[in-house]
Design a protein around this ligand. Sequence first.
Ligand SMILES: NC(=O)c1ccc[n+]([C@@H]2O[C@H](COP(=O)([O-])OP(=O)(O)OC[C@H]3O[C@@H](n4cnc5c(N)ncnc54)[C@H](OP(=O)(O)O)[C@@H]3O)[C@@H](O)[C@H]2O)c1
Length: 323
Amino acid sequence: MALKLNNGLLMPSVGVGCWMGLGVASADCYAMVKEALKIGYRHIDTASNYGNEEFVGLAIRESGVPREDLFITTKLDQCDHGRVSDALNESLAKLGVNYIDLYLIHWPQAVISGSSPSDGPCRFSYLSPGRVLQPSESPTIGDTWRDMEKLLDSGRVRSIGVSNFSEKTLTILLEDARIVPAVNQVEMHPLLPQHSLLAFCRAHGIILTAYSPVGKNKFSSDPDVVRIADAHGVTGPQVILSWGVQRGTSVIPKTSNHERLRENMTFIYLSVEEMLVLDRIHEKPGMHRSICGFHSSDLGGSCFGWTYEQLGWSMVEGGVMAH
Ligand SMILES: NC(=O)c1ccc[n+]([C@@H]2O[C@H](COP(=O)([O-])OP(=O)(O)OC[C@H]3O[C@@H](n4cnc5c(N)ncnc54)[C@H](OP(=O)(O)O)[C@@H]3O)[C@@H](O)[C@H]2O)c1
């Protein structure tokens, strides 16, 4: 199964996600990607700030799968908005490939590293010091997107897109865009279904990719999920991922477990009624929420230095933030 991007390129509907969690050895990522490629995954989602592109690259080379059969996504770090071309070259070198299928702006906020060289390189804004630029400061979203567009001409990327963009930040980007993003990757699962963003992206020819697509397995025991899973003889995560694929989005679940890797690439066909039940799970009291924590009320109404208003995220019933 694959989705056709707005440039004609096909992106497999399911990919393996390579964010392994803080402090997890990159060798785990190598083992996961190697097994994933062995059992048939052809879409890999990584990012420069996951710190494991070299290990993904090693697994790819050892797999023997021809490069042209793979769909590789990686992401521009927040600290690299002012050096897009150089950052891409670094990712290419680490992955050991000469082009990326999909290169995403990881977050709309740009971060500049500490003020002196002794502060070290800027890695990831919530892990290391750096100043988050406000939306009007350069490089703005528009500045960074123009540099992303130039990459297409160089042949080093086949498609460009964004991640963690809302209708608001996409609208800002589209104002001056020569190229419409092929993909927007956001947190998405039945508790945060992103119905409105999905409609917006469809109207603009942008495919949505779901990150945390099994909701980190935090609501697979929901009675509706269990009932549908039992009716089909599958697991809760398979129901949740099938919902994601069936609504025309791509899913990039992460699992280091070999059995679950197979499970996550085996989908079922859900009836219209079952799709509707899953579409509405977030309407149950207390269920509409983000699981990743980027939209948590603990963050005091901002995420990586921008307010929810600047990010285009809105308050939903119960005081929980959603896109
Ligand atoms: N663009 C962004 O800002 C962004 C942010 C977050 C994530 N992502 C991408 O999205 C990918 C996936 O997101 P995620 O890791 O946050 O969430 P996820 O894929 O929804 O969930 C991963 C968690 O669920 C467990 N799991 C996976 N499949 C399972 C199954 N079939 N049964 C039971 N448990 C299962 C995994 O544990 P085990 O490993 O033990 O199976 C892991 O703890 C990441 O790896 C990354 O590539 C992107």
